[in-house]
Design a protein around this ligand. Structure first.
Ligand code: ADP
Length: 495
């Protein structure tokens, strides 16, 4: 099959969070499974072309449309681990992708609507259309109605149009005029059956449009696929999800096991096999990595309690108040806490910067608010436990990466955390699960973990071993995606 993904992230050269890992890992597995895979991305200025062996201009002048004006774009072609990568560079007076970031510009809506229209033009001009077009999250959601209503040839040639919801919170609620800017008459789509936002009826909802008009909708864990049918998790789209539930699937993400491999990880000094039979090597080398890390970060060298980490976007989804609570608790229980977090919501800056000031030069607490790939790898390799209290978690990758690195997850009972962490009370347990977003529950979970770590080392070892024994690879998920690519009839659109 010829599969094309359109996305806004790709690890390692354009990563802001889990989406980058997913696009890389899934495409790579699909290549291994014998498919021809390409990925279309914006050519952000932050992409370091040193990642590519060669890069060529594939289309010098790709014309696209925005608000009554034609703009031209250059499309670059390169390849990464046998995945063909197309990078779209607009020649536009708004410098859409020259902002030194992936998300967080003032005009993200216009940036990604422009990208959606241009990627659609690109595919429409290609002689060989993909069999499967696989789109990811709100920034590419507009492509679904664009293809259905503006490019009949492309629509006819694609065998299946798949839309992945990686996070239901971000829906792309826009004024109808923004849809008109990219060539669809916004007013025409402002109805309940089409793309009208159920919460703000004067707005268009891009995610609703993608769910409505795609052939199949996939979200990233079975539990989250159930959760988004409820008001608590659907962010207003309960009825839409209910209406289209027959084409909704939940497929648990994997991780790219060559990238996330403690045996070959370029960022860690003491490598160890991701194989539970070598438990003594694992424990010894994790301790050595911990020692090196503490030295690097200026933390106290010798502690008795475990090292607990948290690697996350700092956003309300991730229960930031519980992260701040946990770092105090871990310290009180005699452990070390390291937070590596990118602050994504301005209202959270104050609390987190205040905490950083309070714990400045603290021997057992370290807070870093940058996006640091190398530090993330070092933390996974050195830590004893990872703390993930999310309010909701579509899948979550940090618990999966952690288990591969022998780091025990302590997470909340939601979404993909529920699907991947087996609580200590159960057979073949891999970690600790707590139910409610309550400090008391966090305290209990941490106390249980600290007790097991200090007093029952062989049980702690079993947690590490069980976690490492899970199949974290993309192979099972890619097989399920393949089934979905070919299931069901293609959607027929009544214009
Ligand atoms: P989400 O996609 O919601 O941000 P996931 O758990 O699915 O969360 O994926 C997060 C990915 O981003 C992981 O690979 C994690 O290691 C990485 N990550 C998150 N924050 C940082 C950071 N500040 N520095 C480096 N890597 C980070």
């Amino acid at each position: 099959m010829h599969i094309t993904h359109v996305a806004t992230e790709f690890s390692p050269f354009a990563k802001a969070g889990g989406l980058g890992d997913v696009i890389h890992g899934l495409s790579r597995q699909q290549v291994k499974d014998g498919h021809t895979v390409s990925v279309i991305l914006p050519k952000y200025d932050i992409i370091d072309i040193k990642f590519f062996e060669a890069i060529e201009i594939y289309v010098q002048d790709l014309w696209t449309y925005e608000d009554g004006v034609e703009f031209h774009n250059t499309v670059y072609k390169t390849s990464f681990e046998d995945i063909t990568i197309y990078l779209i560079e607009p020649h536009h007076n708004c410098y859409y992708f020259n902002r030194g970031l992936i998300y967080g510009a003032m005009n993200d809506t216009e940036r990604f609507l422009y990208f959606s229209r241009t990627a659609t033009e690109f595919l429409n001009n290609e002689k060989q259309k993909p069999h499967i077009l696989h789109l990811h999250d709100w920034p590419t959601a507009a492509m679904v109605p664009l293809i259905r209503f503006l490019t009949p040839q492309l629509n006819a040639e694609i065998k299946s149009l798949i839309f992945n919801v990686h996070n239901m919170e971000h829906q792309g609620r826009i004024h109808p005029k923004y849809l008109s800017r990219i060539g669809l008459n916004g007013a025409d789509f402002l109805s309940k059956e089409r793309m009208q936002d159920p919460v703000k009826p004067e707005m268009i909802n891009l995610l609703k449009g993608a769910i409505t008009y795609s052939d199949q909708v996939v979200t990233v864990s079975p539990t989250y696929a159930q959760e988004i049918k409820t008001p608590e998790f659907s962010f207003g789209l309960t009825q839409t999800v209910e209406k289209f539930k027959s084409k909704l699937h939940g497929i648990l993400n994997g991780i790219e096991i060559d990238t996330w491999n403690p045996k070959t990880d370029q960022y860690i000094s003491h490598k160890y096999p991701a194989n539970s039979t070598f438990i003594h090597d694992i424990i010894r080398n994790k301790e050595l990595n911990k020692k090196a890390l503490f030295k690097e970060l200026g933390l106290a060298p010798k502690i008795n309690g475990p090292l607990v980490i948290c690697i996350t976007r700092i956003a309300s989804q991730k229960a930031p108040e519980l992260i701040l609570h946990a770092l105090k608790q871990v310290n009180e229980l005699g452990g070390t806490f390291i937070l590596l977090g990118s602050i994504c919501e301005p209202q959270l800056e104050k609390d987190f910067h205040q905490a950083k000031a309070v714990y400045k030069n603290h021997p057992n607490i370290h807070l870093c608010f940058e996006f640091k790939e190398d530090l993330a790898h070092k933390l996974f390799a050195a830590a004893d436990a990872i703390f993930i209290p999310s309010k909701f978690e579509p899948c979550g990758l940090t618990q999966i990466i952690s288990m591969r690195y022998g780091t025990v997850p302590i997470g909340r009972n939601t979404g993909g955390l529920k699907d991947t962490i087996t609580d200590i009370s159960k057979p073949l347990s891999t970690g600790f699960i707590f139910n409610d977003l309550a400090k008391i529950q966090v305290d209990k979970a941490l106390e249980k973990a600290f007790d097991l770590y200090a007093n029952h080392p062989s049980k702690w070892q079993s947690l590490i071993q069980n976690g490492m024994n899970r199949d974290a690879s993309w192979a099972p998920a890619a097989a399920l995606y393949e089934k979905i690519y070919t299931c069901g009839d293609k959607l027929k659109i009544a214009k």
